[in-house]
Design a protein around this ligand. Structure first.
Ligand SMILES: Nc1nc2c(ncn2[C@@H]2O[C@H](COP(=O)(O)OP(=O)(O)OP(=O)(O)O)[C@@H](O)[C@H]2O)c(=O)[nH]1
Length: 991
């Protein structure tokens, strides 16, 4: 005021407001209401303006005092209890701005309020009770006040009984009813301020001395306005500070009442209304906000307060602080302040105001609230801001009365993998604590975040009598490892897929051609047949798919890549030639793949053909003709003369019938790439055998690590297809890259997904290539057996002579270590060929070379495919090694490393020295101190030491590739031109 005196002329709104400890906004509001022109906080306050404002304050106070005195009558004025929120009109009346205690010009009333808090009891308690009063700025505690509260003001109506409660509601608009007792003041109020569901009930405002409980429900504006709280406001056991609906997020609190009100105050929360306290605090909250004081001031309500404060803020923010709202708030605030002020003066904080407006005193500043307030965003539309809704909403939740427990345990839960205890509890509609307890009884100690494995989940679920449905998602990028299960009724017959294999020149190609040409149907006769790696023929109305890739491709590289495309194998044996090495290999492949074999004895047109001899020879390989008591189908044919082809096809259909090849055509396509190439015109082209489902033009897909979208699709007759079902070979375009033969193929719902899967697969592939090989090797055989990865050790034997091969086979088959056995996939005579290695690779086998060596290409392939090749020359050593490996005792501390090869070009006999081989080093190097073996036609004829190594006439330590040298072997002279000398050293291997 000093300022005012000194600079009357220049007193600005903000200064004046400051002097009153009010906000400029409030002053401006008052000025406007008094019809005094004002622009903003910098506007100058003329004397008369100041006078008017002061008069206004006086009036307000007088009004309040009058009300206090005539509470009853004011009650009478109050609105009917159920009236909802205050209306704007009423606000006008409320304009109340309450100067803060110390600085308020007219504190008389306030003080009086404070000091003599209205209602006797209230006074005693120092609690002015009755928010109604607060609302009106009356400190009388009691409900009456409230009731008497100005309806306009608060908009609400409150009815209180006892002391003080109910007010909040009353205050703001809601209606409140409170009852308070001295001791156990309970109040109930309904406040729905503006709420859509205005009802609330609050209790315990200030009630009681002792156990002021309050419960309030007030739907302010909230959508779930009901709540119930208890808050002993000032009670000796002021419970809670409200949690009230207000703060919602943590509904459990006590003291709701308290909070409720806060809300009531400011934002009108139903509750506030509901309870005296609530209101009170609300006020506070609000108040504080305004004044910057801390929400926590009160007691019970302390927290509530804050909450209230914030609540409001929020409200304002959200609601945009509409004018109305504000004005309400303002009013409230005013009231609050008033009271607060009064209190403040009278008592030290935390002071509880009649209205619970004590917020003033809160030590902390509710800055944000203040800000808000001052920012005064006008936005809101009515008293009910969104914020409020929220509030109440939450509040409502909190305050919902406890519902009777209903057993809502689900009958079934869907489990998609491990779950945490918390997730499980949620799925079972149980409290986590209950689930934890249950687990404890089941012998599982778990915390809420602990993962439960499927067993524990099942156990728990069954204990609750809940069925568990497992839906474990598959890793789609490893799609070749899973296959959708089809219902029996969805499966339909599909054509068998046949592969033709046999020894060179036994007539495979001729047979494939003959079948194709013979069976081209009339309609297709004019069609351009094209090579797509496979074709279909039709006989007796049934289709057969032939793979016309070189026979063992389908079994070797494809199988090595995990693709099993063939259903039936035809092994072609020329009747004039007999069983040859590749025939035997083909049998081994087919058997390893567990595919039915049909033997086609070809070239029976030849005069020297002897089909029975073939049958006889094949019995050695367990292929016994049916007429001899076996179960192998033999067909005598002449591919060239097209004899017996029909019968062969019939036999294929017969086998197919027995095997019942079926697939579900009504699902996404899955298949295998048979061939792929980069076509100059078409770009990447893949020939794919569809094995399941149906592929359609436009489908997105992944093939190996490539992806694409089917742009066009043609069959083996060159006919454009729109879709292709199971067992259909098609050529597709639309790939982004060229996949590999044997790559798995799967259609996906969209290209983006296909791309993601392909990328993931590419990464996995790279990692697996870099990582340890998964092939079985003797070195980790024991580990793999132990881990259950392998049960049988697949072995391919190649020996120098049949006798050794047989002996080795017999001995190895007897090995049995803890149930793990040796399974001989194939045994043969001769060098280890690439085909042996590929078979080993496809069947996860090791190759044992007995006195033989791998062919160069076989060696390379073995390195690439990481096939373990073991070379031996003594049978018992082979046994020892395999047995040790299976027992985990293998301890190869040395490993043979081949350092080079030399080809013998000339042989010189030197007396006293022996035979010297004039050699050319063809690979690596030969070292003087290396060991050597002499290989003749793939067979090791000598193993020993290098006796001498000379370069011209000089001894050499080592000679490198591309140079000539003279080599003599220790105690061995039977060296011949064309022999290969292989030099090797033994290196220590770290295990
Ligand atoms: N007499 C007679 N000759 C046949 C018959 N089938 C095939 N030939 C001939 O045998 C030779 C080899 O036939 P291919 O069909 O090329 O044999 P292949 O098994 O495919 O040979 P590769 O492709 O080298 O493995 C050809 O000259 C054919 O004409 C037959 O049934 N009778």
């Amino acid at each position: 005021m000093t300022k005012q005196d000194n600079n009357k002329d220049k007193l600005r709104v903000y200064e004046y407001a400051k002097s009153l400890n009010m906000s400029s906004k409030e002053i401006i509001t008052i000025l406007k209401r008094l019809n005094i022109p004002v622009n903003n906080h910098m506007s100058v306050m003329e004397n008369d303006a100041v006078d008017s404002v002061e008069k206004f304050f006086k009036d307000v106070k007088a009004n309040a005092a009058a009300k206090r005195d005539g509470g009853a009558s004011s009650n009478a004025n109050t609105k009917p209890a159920d009236k909802p929120a205050p209306r704007p009109e009423s606000r006008q009346q409320t304009v109340a701005v309450q100067p803060k205690p110390e600085q308020r010009p007219q504190s008389a009333q306030v003080q009086s309020v404070a000091s003599a808090p209205s209602g006797g009891e209230a006074q005693e308690d120092r609690r002015p009770q009755g928010q109604g009063q607060d609302g009106e700025r009356h400190s009388h505690g009691q409900g009456q006040h409230r009731q008497g509260g100005n309806p306009n003001y608060r908009g609400g109506q409150g009815q209180g009984q006892g002391q003080g409660q109910g007010q909040g509601g009353g205050y703001r608009g809601g209606q409140g009813q409170g009852q308070g007792g001295d001791r156990r003041p309970q109040g109930s109020g309904q406040g729905g301020y503006q709420g859509s569901r205005p009802q609330g009930s609050g209790q315990g405002y200030q009630g009681g001395d002792r156990r002021p409980q309050g419960s309030g429900q007030g739907g302010y504006q909230g959508s779930r306005p009901q709540g119930s709280g208890q808050g002993g406001y000032q009670g000796s056991r002021p419970q809670g500070s409200g949690q009230g609906g207000y703060q919602g997020s943590r509904p459990q609190g006590s003291g709701q009442g308290g909070q409720g009100q806060g809300g009531g105050y400011r934002g009108g929360q139903g509750q506030g209304g509901g309870q005296g306290q609530g209101g009170g605090q609300g006020n506070r909250g609000g108040f504080s906000s305004n004044s910057g004081s801390r929400p926590q001031g009160g007691q019970g309500g302390g927290q509530g307060f804050s909450a209230g404060g914030q609540g409001q803020r929020t409200e304002q923010r959200r609601a945009g602080g509409n004018f109305e709202q504000r004005s309400n708030n303002d009013r409230n605030r005013n009231d609050g302040r008033f009271n607060a002020t009064a209190n403040a003066r009278t008592a030290a904080p935390p002071v509880i105001d009649i209205d619970g407006d004590d917020s003033n005193k809160g030590p902390r500043k509710a800055k944000p609230a203040t800000k808000r307030f001052e920012d005064g965003k006008p936005g809101g539309k009515g008293p009910q801001g969104r914020g409020n809704q929220r509030y109440n909403g939450r509040g409502g939740r909190n305050q919902e009365p406890p519902k009777p427990k209903i057993d809502n345990t689900p009958k079934k839960i869907i489990v998609r993998g491990t779950m945490t205890v918390g997730e499980m509890a949620k799925a079972l509609h149980k409290d986590a604590s209950e689930v934890i307890k249950k687990l404890l009884f089941l012998g599982v100690m778990a915390t809420i975040n602990q993962e439960l494995d499927l067993d524990a989940i099942q156990l728990l679920a069954s204990d609750y009598g809940v069925e568990v449905e497992l839906k474990i998602p598959v890793e789609e990028d490893k799609f070749e490892q899973f296959e959708e299960k089809d219902e029996e009724e969805d499966l339909m017959e599909r054509p068998p897929v046949v592969t033709i294999m046999g020894h060179v020149d036994h007539g495979k190609t001729t047979l494939l051609d003959a079948i194709r040409k013979t069976n081209v149907t009339e309609g297709e006769a004019g069609g351009i047949t094209q090579h797509i790696g496979a074709y279909q023929v039709e006989t007796h109305g049934k289709k057969i798919t032939f793979l016309d890739t070189p026979g063992h491709e389908a079994f070797t590289s494809m199988r090595a890549r995990g693709a099993q495309v063939t259903d039936i194998t035809i092994i072609v044996v020329a009747a004039d030639d007999g069983v040859m090495p590749q025939t035997i290999e083909a049998i081994a492949h087919a058997k390893a793949a567990k595919v039915p074999i049909i033997v086609a004895v070809n070239k029976i047109d030849k005069p020297d053909s002897n089909p029975d001899r073939i049958k006889q020879e094949l019995t050695e390989y367990e292929l016994v003709p049916e007429e001899w008591g076996g179960d192998t189908i033999f067909c005598n044919i002449s591919a060239k003369q097209r004899i017996g082809l029909e019968n062969l096809l019939d036999m294929i259909l017969l086998v197919a019938e027995v095997q019942e090849y079926k697939a579900n055509p009504n699902k996404r396509a899955r298949g295998t790439v048979i061939e792929a190439e980069l076509d100059k015109g078409k770009g990447p082209v893949a020939r794919v055998l569809i094995q399941h489902g149906t592929l359609k033009v436009g489908d997105s897909f992944v093939a190996g690590v490539c992806f694409g979208r089917v742009r066009a699709m043609v069959n083996d007759k060159g006919k454009k297809l729109k879709e292709a079902g199971p067992s259909t070979p098609v050529e597709i375009t639309g790939l982004t890259e060229v996949p590999q033969a044997g790559d798995p193929f799967l259609a996906f719902e969209d290209e983006r997904k296909a791309r993601a899967i392909a990328e993931k697969r590419a990464i996995t592939l790279r990692q697996s290539e870099m990582g340890a090989n998964s092939r079985v090797t003797l070195d980790d055989l024991y580990k793999q057996i132990k881990e259950g990865d392998i049960k049988d050790l697949n072995v391919i034997i190649k020996a120098d002579v049949q006798g050794s091969a047989e002996a080795l086979k017999g001995s190895l088959e007897k090995i049995d270590v803890e149930g793990a056995r040796v399974k001989i996939l194939h045994s043969g005579v001769g060098a280890i060929t690439e085909s042996d290695v590929i078979l080993a690779s496809a069947s996860n086998a090791i190759v044992i070379g007995f006195n033989v060596r791998p062919e160069p290409q076989a060696k390379n392939t073995a390195d690439q495919e990481k096939v373990d090749i073991r070379m031996h020359s003594i049978i018992y050593k082979v046994m020892e090694e395999i047995e040790s490996a299976m027992k985990g005792l293998l301890d190869p501390t040395y490993k043979e490393v081949v350092i080079g090869h030399a080809e013998v070009r000339n042989v010189f006999k030197v007396s006293k020295v022996g035979v010297i081989a004039g050699c050319m080093i063809t690979s690596g190097k030969i070292a003087r101190n290396a060991e050597a073996r002499l290989i003749r036609a793939g067979i090791v004829v000598y193993t020993g030491k290098i006796d001498s190594l000379k370069r011209f006439k000089d001894d050499a330590k080592e000679v490198a590739q591309g140079y000539e040298c003279g080599i003599s072997l220790d105690k061995y002279n039977d060296i011949k031109e064309g022999d290969i000398i292989e030099a090797f050293v033994m290196e220590t291997v770290e295990r």
